[in-house]
Design a binder for this molecule. Sequence first.
Ligand SMILES: NC(=O)c1ccc[n+]([C@@H]2O[C@H](COP(=O)([O-])OP(=O)(O)OC[C@H]3O[C@@H](n4cnc5c(N)ncnc54)[C@H](OP(=O)(O)O)[C@@H]3O)[C@@H](O)[C@H]2O)c1
Length: 292
Amino acid sequence: MKKVLVAGSTGYLGRYAVQEFKNRGYWVRALVRNSEKAKQPGSYFSPAIDTLADEIIVGDATKPETIAAACDGVDVVFSSLGMIKPDFVHTIFEVDYQANMNLLDVALKAKVKKFIYVSVFDAHRMMNIPNVQAHEKFVRELKAANIDSAIIRPNGFYSEIGQFVARASSGFMLMVGDGYQRSNPIHGADLAQVCVDAVDGTAKEVNVGGPEVFTYLEMVDLAIEIAQTKPIIFPLPLWAADVLVAGVGLFNRDVHDVALFATTLSRIDIVSPLYGTHRLRDFFMQCKTLVK
Ligand SMILES: NC(=O)c1ccc[n+]([C@@H]2O[C@H](COP(=O)([O-])OP(=O)(O)OC[C@H]3O[C@@H](n4cnc5c(N)ncnc54)[C@H](OP(=O)(O)O)[C@@H]3O)[C@@H](O)[C@H]2O)c1
């Protein structure tokens, strides 16, 4: 039986990855920062992992001494460890790059056979964004390291649009740009399948997105239909969004970087190879149950 370490296991994707590895018969060690978090379901219906994982270890990958034994006896490391929103403690580079480097270091010492890492789709078109730069700096180090590896390059996750129905229900929504940019977001359970497939697959890079392509406007319309409301949609032209983002940057670089991600995505079509079975309509229906 293969043994895997899942880093980022209390995150949206990591929880589904733990579940999928278990479903495929792996022995799973989950790296968490807070063991209490493992007992609770995660955001947008992602599962609790305490009863799924075979072993839960506590460690903070930004502190190498706390993860020194994390890879002992493990065949595969899967990492969706990253910082998608500022925590006001670490910089993006400390987490997305350095924490993953610390993990790679430990994996090499433990002679792990394969390292699967989650970056982003079409990173080369978004190299203005520090989060993407940090991911890709790690990708370069991973490819150069003496270990078999695979890079998963997904489109946006359903968790990132999970608040659409709540916003529609609140009666107010923001529209950055004209809303005509297309993308195919992916459910965590579908993406986890692709991640686990990569262990025995030969592909070094895997581009993937969900099974349906929408414009941003179409996603907003779907959320409104499901919320059964008529919200006010406040249009924010891209030039105004840019001014706001630049202004935020004067006060906080990390918030600026996340906002820059949003404005960059509002400018370009991001459509990756279609995969999966989870439909956005069903996900939004589920999200409606969260609206008070
Ligand atoms: N969300 C998207 O739309 C999207 C799209 C493409 C690519 N990605 C990339 O995919 C990855 C996973 O995304 P996600 O949405 O699943 O993120 P997420 O829900 O925020 O999960 C991130 C995970 O990393 C863990 N983590 C952060 N710092 C850590 C540290 N120092 N030591 C140990 N664990 C640490 C978090 O632990 P805690 O639970 O303790 O905070 C959490 O389990 C990220 O790298 C992201 O950039 C995301």
